[in-house]
Design a binder for this molecule. Structure first.
Ligand code: 3PG
Ligand code: MG
Length: 397
């Protein structure tokens, strides 16, 4: 049994249910440009509405910093949400006080109401008890479906859970169950792929993973720092000279934990950092002084595939190369397809997350073929770091 309540454990008919969503979605000229998050969270709203709840939605949008910033209103998200839900969504121009109260009082069973950006009030990010109480006054039950905001200890993500009977929504439930299977209770062997530009932003994450995984695959520009720390010539490649000790410490930690670290054995190099730049594939010891490493080579992908064949579980964050600049997307795409294939064959549980990662997997066309792809950025990273997420902890019964 999960350590938190879900929608299966609460009676919602005729009740006012405050649902924390993460509607911090990409928007341009007042229109939602990517509705993935909305689609993921819609089932919770639909289910509650179908069960006769009066559904009151809370979310932040961007970072207005505790004051009203009209361009950061959630109002344009209401029609996008209504479109996905296939039912009307009312909107109130404040998330507490008379305007919110009037809108809530008008709700009939099954109705859905979206309240204005919680971050228009200073009390939200401060997790101010008075602000949390004002939110709580609007509902009888609290449901949190915003895993991607669960690393924030804010009034609507954390405080509310202490004031009302609470439960996880369906998308929160799915995130937690997949992340638990991937990292807390994995079937072994377990592989983690960590890519991206900088070690410095992922030190805690690497140190946590190296103690847990059987194989740690390092890609992206951060692999350059590891290679350089081993004394290899990496030409003009992006690397963090002040992180060589960190890289060595992580490699030593891997050795004592019995984890294998997989670094590129061959790479794709170019003289310019731009899409379509003339490139060549070289062994890792043959990078020229004026060359930049922009991707992993085919032998590295083969080695990755051989390791992958032994794995039961995989966690992925970060691309292998400069995937946004073809042809330097090939390594990431080939690796992603290898993971997708083994997942499809039922040999592997694969979980990926983080902003760049989702974009890279979408580009490779495999998002739906992984076991689970999280839409969370910061929250997914903090989970990989082994940190307790306040929004999740507060749901524990
Ligand atoms: C996100 O988009 O990652 C979440 O909505 C959290 O947003 P924040 O980083 O502004 O807290
Ligand atoms: Mg963010």
């Amino acid at each position: 049994m999960a350590s938190y309540r879900t929608l299966d454990d609460i009676e919602v008919m005729g009740r006012r249910v405050l649902v924390r969503l993460d509607l911090n979605v990409p928007m341009k000229n007042g229109l939602v440009t990517d509705s993935t998050r909305i689609e993921r969270q819609a089932p919770t709203v639909r289910e509650l509405s179908d069960k006769g709840a009066r559904v009151i939605l809370l979310s932040h949008f961007e970072r207005p910093g505790g004051k009203v910033v009209p361009e950061m209103s959630l109002k344009p998200v209401a029609p996008a949400l209504a479109g996905v839900l296939g039912r009307p969504v009312a909107f109130a121009g404040d998330c507490i006080g008379p305007e919110a109260e009037t809108a809530v009082a008008k709700l009939k069973d099954g109705d859905v109401l979206l309240l204005e950006n919680t971050r228009f009030h200073k009390g939200e990010e401060k997790n101010d008890p008075e602000f949390a109480k004002a939110l709580a006054a609007l509902g009888d039950i609290y449901v949190n479906d915003a895993f991607s905001a669960a690393h924030r200890a804010h009034a609507s993500t954390e405080g509310l859970a202490h004031l009302l009977p609470s439960a996880a929504g369906r998308s929160m439930e799915a995130e937690l169950s997949h992340l638990t299977k991937a990292l807390e209770n994995p079937e072994r062997p377990l592989m983690a792929v960590v890519g991206g530009a900088k070690i410095s932003t992922k030190i805690t994450l690497l140190e946590n993973l190296v103690a847990k995984v059987d194989v740690l695959v390092i890609g992206g520009a951060m692999a350059n720092t590891f290679l350089a720390a081993e004394g290899r010539a990496i030409g003009k490649s992006l690397a963090e000279k002040d992180q060589f000790d960190t890289a060595r410490r992580i490699m030593a930690k891997a050795q004592s934990a019995g984890a294998t670290i997989l670094l590129p054995g061959d790479v794709v190099v170019a003289r310019e950092f731009k899409a379509g730049a003339a490139s060549r594939i070289v062994g890792i010891n043959d990078v020229d002084e004026d060359e930049l490493i922009l991707d992993v080579g085919p032998r590295t992908i083969q080695a990755f595939g051989r390791q992958l064949d032994r794995m039961k579980t995989l966690v992925w964050n970060g691309p292998f190369g400069a995937f946004e600049m073809p042809p330097f997307d090939r390594g990431t795409t080939a690796a992603a397809k290898a993971v997708a294939e083994r997942t499809r064959e039922g040999k592997l549980l694969s979980v990926a997350g983080g902003g760049d990662t989702v974009a890279a997997l979408a580009q490779a066309g495999v998002v739906d073929e992984f076991s689970y792809v999280s839409t969370a950025g910061g929250a997914f990273l903090e989970w990989l770091e082994g940190r307790t997420l306040p929004g999740v902890a507060a749901l524990k019964r």
